[in-house]
Write a protein that binds this ligand. Structure first.
Ligand SMILES: *Cc1c(COP(=O)(O)O)cnc(C)c1O
Length: 395
């Protein structure tokens, strides 16, 4: 591929990041040292949650979050069809069944009214899993009311939303409206750790469960032990003793990754500031276009702006999406579609899901296009994207 191509998203690494990683390589254990703990503390402080647990990816985190919420065979997990497949896959990992609920066409987030309908039809919904699409927080107050009425837990998929704020002003991750919230540190997300994820929670019980699940189900020695006869000699804990109390995994993250994550977290405010500036420039550039309509325009101050998505009215253009994306790429601009509805993937189709049952998700999908948005995108590159896109669509 042409190396001059402007991608749709990109991470930003500077010398401080490189030094932080090199310092771990030179001077510290590579895994499970002080950096995992400090990264967890930094994120917990940043979002205002009591506890944070880091893991190898948010996909691993989603699996653990479902297990910690007690999701079992035949339980239902309600989520949005407009997300990355990892959200609903986590229910399948637990032999549970995802149920999808249609989006709001303005926010592209889970729609509380649709969720209410879904829960009235499906009483066994154990967990509700909203996705803060593109970084815009869902209407969590309404979702929490509905969850409480149904006795469901809430796991927020905040892979796009580190640094975002609810309408009440609290940070996403504070778990003000949920039991757990999870973030991803894949390079395309808000901050990069190579790979990595983090769950925040205010529940000590969930916190301890996540720590065990992350590392083979082995209990920490300061937790309550099951076999106290084996554990102690003369009232003192045996130096070799540990217990596997449940089936866990190796979902640990390394200190190398956490050092990078911590260094990146310091830059998050300026990352988001730039993303807001770019998003507002796009908004005003497309204001006079009847064919290019930005989403989520009314909440630029709340979103972390993971993606900039426009809906294109292809029915009134001479082009179609495939042709447009090819032409843009020929002109050095990469774009993407977020997302193919989960229900349209062969694996889900084979399970009997059908996207036509979620008409707003289907309609959104047919119009969606993510255009370049990232910290190091220059204003002149952005102007080039705007001009090229407008010319191709309005020709
Ligand atoms: C990226 C992403 C995930 C998975 O995160 P990883 O850290 O890549 O495993 C889950 N849900 C959504 C909405 C995502 O965008």
């Amino acid at each position: 591929m042409n190396k001059e191509v402007i991608p749709y998203g990109k991470h930003f690494i500077d010398d401080d990041d490189i030094e932080a990683v090199v310092d771990v390589l030179k001077n510290h254990p590579l895994t499970q040292g002080q950096f995992v703990n400090s990264f967890e503390e930094s994120i917990a402080n940043f979002v205002g949650a009591k506890y944070a647990v880091a893991m190898s990816s948010w996909t691993a985190g989603l699996h653990m979050a479902c297990l910690a919420a007690g999701v079992k065979e035949d339980d239902l997990v309600a989520t949005s069809p407009i997300t990355f497949v990892a959200s609903s896959n986590s229910a399948l990992y637990c032999q549970a069944q995802p149920v999808f609920t249609d989006i709001n066409e303005e926010t592209i987030n889970m729609c509380p009214n649709e969720l209410d309908k879904t829960l009235r039809e499906n009483k066994r919904v154990k967990v509700i899993m909203p996705i803060h699409f593109a970084g815009l927080p869902c209407d969590m107050q309404s979702i929490k009311e509905i969850a409480d009425r149904n006795g469901s837990l809430i796991i927020e998929d905040a892979a796009h939303a580190l640094g975002a704020k609810y309408s009440c002003g609290s940070m996403v991750g504070s778990c003000k409206y949920s039991d757990m919230t999870g973030f991803s540190f894949h390079p395309v997300k808000s901050i990069a750790a190579g790979e990595g994820g983090m769950i925040t929670t205010n529940s000590e019980e969930i916190y301890k469960k996540l720590l065990r699940l992350r590392s083979h189900g082995i209990n920490k020695s300061n937790d309550e032990l099951v076999l106290s006869n084996e554990a102690y000699t003369d009232g003192v804990i045996n130096p070799w003793y540990m217990e596997m109390q449940e089936l866990g995994y190796n979902y640990r993250i390394t200190d190398i990754q956490c050092a990078l994550g911590m260094s990146q977290l310091k830059k998050l405010p300026k990352f988001i500031e730039k993303r807001i500036e770019l998003a507002e420039r796009y908004d005003s550039a497309f204001k006079d276009s009847n064919l290019i309509r930005p989403i989520q325009m009314n909440a630029r101050n709340q979103s972390s702006h993971h993606l900039y998505v426009v809906k294109v009215d292809f029915q009134n253009t001479k082009t179609n999406r495939a042709q447009l994306m090819h032409e843009l790429l020929n002109k050095g601009i990469a774009t993407q579609v977020h997302y193919i509805p989960v229900t349209s993937h062969p694996y889900y189709l084979n399970k009997g899901y059908e996207t036509k049952n979620y008409p707003k998700a289907f309609e959104y999908y047919n119009q969606a296009l993510s255009i370049p948005l990232y910290y190091s995108l220059t204003l002149s590159e952005q102007d080039y994207v705007i001009e090229t896109l407008k010319n191709l669509i309005h020709k």
